[in-house]
Structures are given as C-alpha cells and as structure tokens.
Design a binder for this molecule. Structure first.
Ligand code: KMH
Ligand code: ZN
Length: 312
C-alpha cells in the first residue's frame, strides 16, 4: 500500500522493550504504573500506537499475564490508543511465555517476528554499561550466544493465536529473508493479506541501519508481497538513526516507531527523559513534511482481516 502525499502517518511509541537495561537510562519505565504513565505521555504527545513489553519492578523482562493486563487496562483508562503487545519478549522466554500478553489482553495488534536470527544487544564488552542488578549482569554474560528463535512451527502456532484473538500481526522484518517467509506464510494460508510490515533496522543479526537499507527493503517488500502488502512502518535503533529513518519513513508515507525500547538519546549529547520527548521529535518530522499524525481510529481502519472479523 502506498500513501498519497498528504495522507496521515502513525507514530508508535515503544516505551520500554525487553532488551534495553534499566541501568542504561533512568527514563526506562519498569513498574506497571511507570509503563502506564510513559505510554499515556507518549499518546498525549502524538503516538496513536503503543508497543508494550512487561517488566518486574526491578526491570527484569516478564511474561506475566497479570502485568500485561494491568498495563493495558491502565492505559485504556486514560487514553485512546492502539495496543500492540510484544510476542518477541526477551531472550530466554519460551514460545508460550511470549504469547502470554496477547492471550491475556487480546490487543488490536502484536508483533510477529519472522525468522530465527542472531540478536545481540551488547556485543562489545568494552562498551557494556555499568549495571546494578544481577539479572542485568547475566544478560551481559550471555553476550555472543543470543539466538532469537522463530521457527516455522512457532510462526504457525502464533498465527493461530492471533487469528483466534482477532489480533493483527505486525510482521517484524529485520532482513530480506523475512519477506520470503512472509510470502510463504501468505501462500500456505497461515497469514491473510493485506499484511502489516514493520522494518526493524540496526539489530546485530539483521539488516544494518543505513537509509539505503530501508529503501531496499521497501522495494523488496513491494516486489515480494504485491497486493498483499498493507501498511508499512519503520523502527530503527539508536541515535541518530531512529530520527533519520523517521524523516525518511514519513517522506515515503510509512508509519514510524520511536521510543526508549529502540533508542535512548534525544540529541547527540543527552538521553531522553521520557518517551514523549522522542514522540514529539517524530511529530515535528511528520509535520515538517505536511503529514498529519493518524488517530487511533484511523490506524484501526487499516488493521488486517483478523481484527476486522473480531467478535468482541
Ligand atoms: N526490540 C526491537 C528491536 C518484539 O517486541 O517483538 C524488536 C521488537 C521485537 O520490538
Ligand atoms: Zn518490542
């Protein structure tokens, strides 16, 4: 799907993630009430979608259905936003744990990671952050061994849960090979088009973070998926590429994801104090290009067939 010149674009706020360590930035929300207030702040700053992971109070990534429920209920009590739950979770979670948030909250959208890959958040010991929790030390000690597992069997199982819960899969494409997998899943009927794609750039194990990588992936997606290609978005990691890809993405008519899950800095020399700060920058980049920010209902109108056939 290609958008016209002045059509709205949506900003997703990825407010906490499962990979960044709370010791890296005081702004990363961990407790339920902090995740809620960060998400609410991001929506008030212009985001229409919030992408959510859950954490224990000490910041350890969690698959607790209760935590996901409390987070989603808390956000919905304060703002209207499209909820996108992570099924990527964090390294070490089982497939069932990774589905827990979707089963507990039946969100409009959830991430759907298309391939098994290396996934290294902390590859270089000399650049590791000083951390204060033992669980964070374990994350760093696992450096060099992290595999993000997404087998074909898992993809079929996850799709069945998404269909049952009326959840739109947001296909996370880190690599050209993931487009081939999406095509296969469409052809065998596991997925139904039009599919929503989000390019994730800059993860060590996937495509790099150059602007040309986004253009190459976008062209490949149009060629590979054709009419089955629905809304397209981009999530790039790290400063300044998060914002450079936001500018290019809006120019191309794509949705854009920003947030502390993917990038901690708001300017070269300073960390963001909140997710809202990052969303505000994205909003300015859209506005400068004459693109209004989509409302949650405008995003819902573009969700795929499983959301459309949802019964409750
Ligand atoms: N942390 C991002 C780079 C997911 O939650 O399913 C990838 C991500 C995956 O958001
Ligand atoms: Zn995520």
């Amino acid at each position: 799907m290609r958008r016209d010149k002045y059509e709205p674009v949506a900003v997703t706020a990825a407010v906490t993630g499962g990979d960044v360590l709370p010791s890296q930035s005081r702004a990363i929300p961990c407790r339920v009430e902090d995740v809620i207030s960060e998400a609410v702040g991001a929506v008030r700053a212009g985001a229409s979608v919030v992408h959510l992971h859950a954490r224990e109070d000490d910041g350890r990534p969690s698959a607790s259905p209760e935590l996901f429920q409390r987070i989603v209920e808390g956000i919905r009590a304060e703002v209207d936003a499209v909820i996108s739950i992570s099924t990527g979770g964090s390294p070490g979670m089982t497939p069932q744990q990774r589905l827990a948030g979707v089963l507990a909250t039946r969100p409009e959208m959830a991430t759907y990671n298309l391939g098994t890959m290396n996934y290294e958040g902390f590859p270089t010991p000399s650049r590791w952050p000083a951390v204060s929790h033992d669980w964070e030390r374990e994350v760093l000690a696992n450096s060099g061994t992290v595999v993000f597992t997404n087998t074909l069997a898992m993809l079929r199982d996850f799709a069945a849960v998404f269909k049952e819960t009326g959840t739109t899969p947001e296909l996370e494409v880190y690599d050209m090979s993931h487009l081939g997998m999406a095509r296969f899943l469409l052809d065998e009927g596991t997925l139904e088009g039009p599919v929503r794609i989000q390019f994730v750039l800059g993860v060590l194990g996937g495509t790099g973070n150059a602007l040309e990588d986004l253009v190459a992936l976008y062209e490949a997606a149009q060629r590979t998926l054709g009419d089955a290609l629905g809304v397209v978005g981009v999530a790039a990691t790290g400063y300044p590429m998060q914002f450079r890809h936001a500018a290019l993405g809006f120019g191309l008519g794509l949705d854009v994801r920003v947030g502390l899950e993917d990038s901690l800095r708001v300017v070269r020399t300073a960390q963001a104090k909140s997710n809202a700060e990052l969303v505000e920058v994205a909003g300015r980049l859209a506005d400068l290009q004459g693109r209004p920010l989509a409302t949650p209902d405008q995003v819902r109108a573009g969700l795929g067939p499983w959301w459309g056939s949802r019964k409750t």
